[in-house]
Design a protein around this ligand. Sequence first.
Ligand SMILES: *[C@@H]1O[C@H](CO)[C@@H](O)[C@H](O)[C@H]1NC(C)=O
Ligand SMILES: *[C@@H]1O[C@H](CO)[C@@H](O)[C@H](O)[C@H]1NC(C)=O
Length: 536
Amino acid sequence: MAEIFSAVFLSSVLLCALVIRLLPSNIGSVTKPNFIIILADDIGWGDLDANSNPEVRKNNTPFLNLMAQQGLRFTDFHSPASTCSPSRAAILTGRYGLRNGVTHNFGVKSVAGLPLSEVTFPQLLQAAGYHTAMIGKWHLGHNGPYRPTNRGFDYYLGVPYSNDMGCTDTPGYDLPQCPPCDSRSLHANRLRRKREGCYSSVGLPLIENNSIVEQPLDLWTLTETYKTTALRIIDNAREKGQPYLLYIALAHMHVPLAPSPSPLSNSRHSIYATSLQEMDSLVGALKSAVQDSDTLLWFTGDNGPWEQKCQYAGSVGPFKGQWQIKRGGGSAKRTTWEGGHRVPTVAYWPGRIPQNITSSALLSGMDIFSTVLSLAGVAPPTDRRYDGIDATGVLLNGGQTGHEFLFHPNSGAAGQYGDLQTVRNRKHKAFYITGAAEACDGSRGSEQHHDPPLIFNLEADEVEDSPMDPGTAEYQEAADRMARGREELLWDIATDQSVSTADYSTEGSAAPCCDPTRPVCRCHAAGSSGLHNIDL
Ligand SMILES: *[C@@H]1O[C@H](CO)[C@@H](O)[C@H](O)[C@H]1NC(C)=O
Ligand SMILES: *[C@@H]1O[C@H](CO)[C@@H](O)[C@H](O)[C@H]1NC(C)=O
């Protein structure tokens, strides 16, 4: 198989020919399953009703609850990092940021993205005959070879990064509230706005394949656009009889929130709850579109809630990171407290995944890489090492075994980006470094190094309140195990033949711009000019 996969770097035409010729002949005759991977942004573990006790459920996610009831709900599933780009890079490559090079976020002016030496699972499925489409937030580079259409997707529609990284004409709900693109205050107070996290110089673009089709885009109709496009992709693939991968990386639940008024919403509902319901009904529409087909639907999140956004942030459920809260600062997104990376995750596949089951297997978003490839009968290139594991046993046979060790990298809370600052093994979790993100009250906490490490027993203390006593035998044994696991991983990375480095350099001209002569790179109104559809 090795020679097949070194061919990934050859032209895709040649590769397709090779795959068809060299794969075992039975694979060609077996129909391959379809995959829909839904990645929510900044969603909290507690946002999924099915994750909480029936008494306290708010009924904001009826469709996801149904998906769990008719499928599999994971209780110990983690995003590979606690912030956007690193988490997404690890999901697509099945490798930690220390291998794939992506350890923090790319910006509007980033020249590059996910290193070109990395191989994505969409790229491998594409080479194996899948139609591959992506909708939504990419955040792994928006220029030239770094775009989704050059990283394994036949089709792309979406915002190339976070939905707050550009101004819009009718802004959604955010904290602080950002002004519209053309408002005078935006330009007059550009510095202050920038400090507050408002992007003012470039309108938020909507990109289709390699063109900007709207700038600034309309946040309030984005969900509908994504939904229509997703359903069209599913229909077209079905008509052609071609297996497909749809990766839909939602703008939900990242600020700015812009929920369209729905019959479910009323004045008693918060903006956050209404947005959650909107996201849930989009998932419901996808679920009903695929229920009579051989399609795995897998829903998960990219990291925990963005706590500093207060009423516009999600819920971590019981995973409060109490030790940190007592010392100030937020304990969700960007941190390695449970709220930062334990994400609501549900898999649904009628006829393949048993109904109404849960798994407490310790799993990660990186496992999507290995699991999906395994289900498609595709082997990844052998010239590099992977951190994702094949979780088909958990998915299809009710397995409860996952990673022996799972490592949580620093995503901005403390230390060097990408550093493995927290290790999980069975019920124990060791912190070598602790740090906080900004909390709703503005507190930030401070970086602390721990030698010996802080170790929590998550089974007895899921809120991470009281570390174990280092004098006990249980502590010693756990500390030894985790130190060994950490050393082994670092050695494994140090001896990996394929480790990438990301280029994080920026240039003003790298920002996606429809028309540089107009304010905020605005596209001409639809139909008014040929310039509307500008090649990037
Ligand atoms: C996007 O690319 C796909 C695949 O090449 C193509 O079929 C489709 O027509 C393109 N869409 C647009 C709007 O260019
Ligand atoms: C699903 O499982 C739970 C717990 O095992 C049980 O209480 C519930 O009745 C089941 N629901 C359905 C619809 O089978």
